[in-house]
Design a protein around this ligand. Structure first.
Ligand code: PEP
Ligand code: MG
Length: 594
């Protein structure tokens, strides 16, 4: 039966493929294709893991003390029975044979299928056996992980190909933590659908950086969609069409081809400098998460990295922090890949929906920290962990010897924070000098993402070389809307007059003070805001590499001075979006694309 689910469109385009359902708690399970000649070995891995668990369970049952409740022995028997049930073992093997899934993926895929069947059972006793099945599968996954040395799968080792002749796969999950998204970065999925999340939740941001269609905040997609269902993701509309009719499928295949053609057309702008019709040069820089992303930035024609979200180096490490040398290598790799263009490294922004270890954002929110978005996050966390912070700063300074580096501090709200950073920087420079380590001067910038920072900008500006406006958080904190919460996603409004006032005044004040200013939040990469930001005087945008071509097209068609004329009226409007549609469109230059 065909049906639709609606959510929030967070990454554009159309993806068509088969659903792969992954439970949130198992989303970090390695998902990769094995080579055809590895099928037998992979089946043996699964069998060995199962046998190990059988051994464990049997030993547990045999060693039960005399006075142990007899339900316990019965429970272990149920687990042993489930472990050997053909519905689990036979079908898991089948996923490996038919689809070439690795053992962990095959096992969790089959768990999803069986979990559904349990959910639909009338008998309450049987329904409750789902929890037992989950525990059994967890044990097998544990045994597989032990065999692999517990290390989470390295994203770069994932087979980067589609299984020959197979259908594209789309991931469906209740939630995906940003750390787990990183695992998928170079993986097999062509699109994402999640139940929770908002437009600028980090899951959405990573999906955009991967340039694949995604819809989040669907609330119940993971409950309604079944393993292997045919699914269309309409990333422009925020719609998910399940088991589409042939006509709908054909229509979407057509749209898919059209958008590929459009992409190819825009890619031709790669070497065209971003200059407005009235001759204003605009820097279009890239947001990256890992040094490996720098190649895509160069490919897309970025003129630098405006935001390197260094916290992603800290994820997927089972809570361990990267060493100074590891960080240095990563920063150096990014700087070298950018071939002399500037790279802005933001110090670690851990917290809120980017937890450090494998804890999911929702766990963090509900169980561990009352309100992580307002808690020990970003620079607050760095200042609370001085040796970790110095380590990161030393790594950044050491990498400065290899190219042009800028340092960006997230979530600044207090002058004292800048003072503490400056003192730490002096100490770090001294340490490096004493150790004979080379470094060059590094410009210091702060992110303007808390309204307090925007309001007190005249007091902040004398202490920094540049500012970068993080609109994702600036909107969240100005409007008191959790950016990751789909329940209030409709109120997350970049066009809100208060938000526009803060952005416009920050850009204006920085320019007047002769300091460089950029926007690195998602607004910078959305062509719907390009005219508006140009009108505000912005000349430096930072976005996902995939967004550069369409923003560049806007810049090439814009007349910045004419757009600026509309700004006062726009900022006074109670409905800026409507006013912008009326005013900016009429001010836009009409010369066709160059
Ligand atoms: C922002 O808040 O706009 C920003 C760029 O930082 P992040 O999205 O990583 O919080
Ligand atoms: Mg931010």
């Amino acid at each position: 039966m065909s049906f639709q689910v609606f959510g929030i469109p967070v990454s554009r385009g159309v993806a068509i493929g088969r659903a792969v359902l992954v439970a949130s708690s198992r989303v970090d399970v390695a998902h990769y294709f094995i080579a055809p000649d590895q099928v037998e070995a992979e089946i043996q891995r699964a069998v060995r893991a199962r046998d190990e668990v059988a051994h464990e369970l049997t030993a547990l049952r045999d060693d039960l003390p005399e006075d142990a409740p007899h339900e316990l022995a019965a429970l272990l028997d149920v687990h042993l029975m489930l472990l050997h049930d053909e519905a689990l073992t036979g079908a898991t093997k089948q996923w490996i044979v038919d689809r070439h899934y690795n053992a962990e993926w095959a096992l969790s895929a089959q768990l999803e299928v069986l979990a559904r069947q349990f959910d639909e059972m009338e008998d309450e006793y049987l329904r409750e056996r789902k929890a037992d099945l989950e525990q059994v599968v967890e044990r097998i996954l544990g045994a597989l992980a032990r065999e692999q040395g517990k290390a989470p799968v390295d994203a770069s080792s994932v087979v980067q190909r589609d299984f020959a002749g197979e259908d594209p796969l789309l991931l469906v999950a209740a939630d995906i933590a940003p750390a787990d998204m990183m695992q998928f970065k170079r993986s097999v999925f062509h699109g994402f659908i999640t139940d929770i999340g908002g437009k600028t939740s980090h899951t959405a941001i990573v999906a955009r950086s991967m340039d694949i269609p995604a819809v989040v905040g669907t609330r119940e997609a993971s409950r309604l969609i079944r393993q292997d269902d045919w699914v269309i993701i309409d990333g422009d509309l925020g719609a998910v069409i399940v088991n589409p009719s042939p006509i709908v499928l054909e229509e979407y295949r057509f749209r898919q081809r059209q958008s590929e053609l459009e992409r190819a057309r825009l890619a031709r702008l790669r070497h065209t400098p971003a200059v407005t019709l009235d001759g204003e040069r605009v820097e279009l820089q890239a947001n990256i998460e890992l040094p490996a992303d720098a190649a895509a930035a160069v490919d897309a024609g970025a003129t630098g990295v405006g935001l390197f979200r260094s916290e992603f180096l800290f994820m997927n490490r089972n809570g361990e922090l990267p060493s100074e040398d590891e960080q240095f290598e990563a920063y150096r790799a990014a700087v070298e890949a950018m071939k002399g263009m500037p790279v802005t490294i933001r110090t670690v922004d851990i917290g809120a929906d980017k937890p450090l270890d494998r804890m999911s954002a929702s766990e963090l929110r509900h169980e561990h920290v009352l309100n992580p978005a307002m808690g020990l996050r970003a620079i607050r966390w760095s200042l609370a962990e001085p040796s970790m912070f110095r380590q990161q700063l030393r790594a950044i300074y050491r990498a400065s010897a290899y190219g042009k580096l800028r340092l960006l501090i997230p979530m600044v709200a207090h002058l004292s924070e800048i003072r503490q950073v400056s003192e730490t920087l002096k100490r770090v420079q001294q340490q490096l000098t004493d150790a004979g380590q080379a470094f060059t001067p590094v410009e210091l910038g702060v992110m303007i993402e808390i309204p307090a920072a925007a309001v007190m900008l005249p007091l902040l500006l004398p202490h920094v070389d540049f500012i970068s406006i993080g609109t994702n958080d600036l909107i969240q904190y100005t409007l008191a809307i959790d950016r990751a919460d789909e329940a209030v996603a409709h109120l997350y409004d970049p066009w809100h007059p208060a938000v526009l006032q803060l952005i416009a005044s920050s850009i204006g004040q920085a320019r007047a003070a002769g300091k460089s200013v950029s926007v690195c939040g998602e607004m910078a990469g959305d062509p719907a805001f390009t005219d508006l930001l140009l009108a505000m005087g912005l000349r430096n945008f930072s976005m996902h590499p995939s967004q550069i071509p369409s923003v560049k097209q806007r810049v090439l068609r814009a007349d910045a001075s004419r757009l600026a004329e509309a700004l006062p009226q726009l900022l006074e409007s109670p409905d800026p979006q409507r006013t912008a549609a009326l005013l900016l469109t009429s001010k836009r230059g009409n010369t066709p694309m160059q």
